[in-house]
Design a protein around this ligand. Structure first.
Ligand code: PMP
Length: 379
């Protein structure tokens, strides 16, 4: 494969070596079904319990509030459908316009089925209009959902303020915190959220494992019937992935501050090295997570630049990875007021604890070379 530099950590992350080891061991040894009442089952169940405790600790939750799912897409679906089922008379959901497609596409579908959806506009930084939120949320709203950190820009959304607005109307609040967990210190108890989604593969755990945190006392009807996860998510537990997530959560909790300082240094290096090339940093100037740099270029089409960088072994993205191969402009940048052409000239660089200053310098050098006059239009 010959990947020289991986700077697409908002799309997915490499397994931490400690996680890889734990998952490999579990695949071989923890083959029991956690529901089985014998020693092989007991071993698997004990491993799941330990992982649940580690995951809960990372976000300041109680272990019983953690529901393991197949990923954040499922967690978002579970949160939204459960909120609608909880109060069947309320057929209204409010979200920000910059949510992940796993939320927005589900809401498009629900809209066809008669659910009213309000999408809150954002400003040029990607911050939602809280006055508009205040105006549309009523006691007839089933759920307000707002992501904690935007996956394309790294901008931190005002989740607590939004949750307070929802609570004032007696409306539950959900946050898609995929890009926040493991990157920001997060304490769900104080967040004002009732439900919170995240995913293993954004924090150096495997794909196919996610979490929905459900505040104690919030009655959650399941998407998949079955007795597992206290009747909240049926299906035999993905033990190796859960074990991996447990290890990843412990690592993240231990290293959060130190990782953030290191990653911010790498990100800042890239941004200052590309100051002459990029027109602006999308979402720059408001609080952002340390790892994301969404740079706006004017002379090139992002897709070509990304392809050229890939040929040099440098992996980055334009907009969300889900649309990286398409030519569709990012809905996030469009919602931030950019033209189609502007939105198609943005490149997302996203780092991890394994990124280095040398890598940031090498990326900047490669971009600078590709942007040289004469080359820029050809790429
Ligand atoms: N929400 C956000 C903000 C994301 O970045 C992603 C992953 N791209 C998801 C949800 C979906 O997560 P998963 O891949 O675990 O389904």
């Amino acid at each position: 494969m010959n990947t020289r530099i991986y700077a697409d950590n908002n799309a997915t992350t490499a397994l931490a070596p400690e996680v890889l080891q734990a998952v490999s061991l579990s695949l071989g040894e923890l083959y029991g079904n956690p529901s089985s009442k014998h020693r092989v089952g007991d071993a698997a169940r004990a491993a799941v319990t330990a992982a649940r405790v580690a995951v809960a600790m990372l976000i300041g939750a109680q272990p019983a509030e953690i529901v393991f799912t197949s990923g954040a897409t499922e967690s978002n679906h579970l949160a939204i459908t459960a909120a609608l089922a909880r109060t069947p008379a309320r057929r209204h959901v409010v979200v920000s316009a910059v949510e992940h497609p796993s939320t927005l596409m589900l809401l498009d579908r629900l809209e066809q089925e008669g659910v009213r959806v309000s999408r809150i506009a954002v400003d040029a930084y990607g911050l939602p209009d809280l006055d508009q939120l205040r105006a549309v949320v009523t006691p007839q709203t089933a759920l307000v959902s707002m992501m904690w950190v935007n996956n394309e820009t790294g901008v931190i959304l005002p989740v607590q303020a939004a949750a307070t607005i929802a609570a004032a109307q007696g409306v539950p609040f959900h946050s898609d915190a995929v890009q926040a967990v493991g990157r920001l210190p997060l304490h769900v108890g104080d967040s004002g959220c009732d439900l919170l989604s995240f995913s293993g593969h954004k924090l150096h755990a495997p794909k196919g494992i996610g979490v929905l945190w459900v505040r104690k006392g919030f009655v959650l009807s399941s998407l998949l019937a079955g007795h597992q996860e206290r009747n909240r998510r049926g299906g035999t537990e993905n033990v190796p992935a859960i074990v991996g997530l447990g290890v990843a959560a412990t690592l993240a909790a231990q290293r959060l501050d130190q990782d953030a300082v290191h990653i911010a240094r790498v990100r800042d290096l890239l941004e200052s090295a590309l100051q002459g090339e990029a027109v602006s940093v999308n979402g720059g100037g408001v609080p952002r997570v340390a790892n994301t740099s969404n740079l706006q270029f004017s002379a090139v089409e992002a897709g070509s630049l990304i392809e050229r960088l890939d040929r040099q072994g440098i992996c980055v993205s334009g907009g969300a990875a889900c649309t990286a191969r398409g030519t569709q402009a990012s809905h996030v940048l469009r919602a931030m007021g950019q033209s189609e052409q502007q939105a198609l000239s943005a490149v997302r660089f996203s780092f991890s604890r394994y990124s280095t200053a040398e890598e940031a310098q090498a990326i900047a050098m490669a971009v600078r070379e590709l942007m040289q006059p004469g080359l820029a239009r050809v790429v």
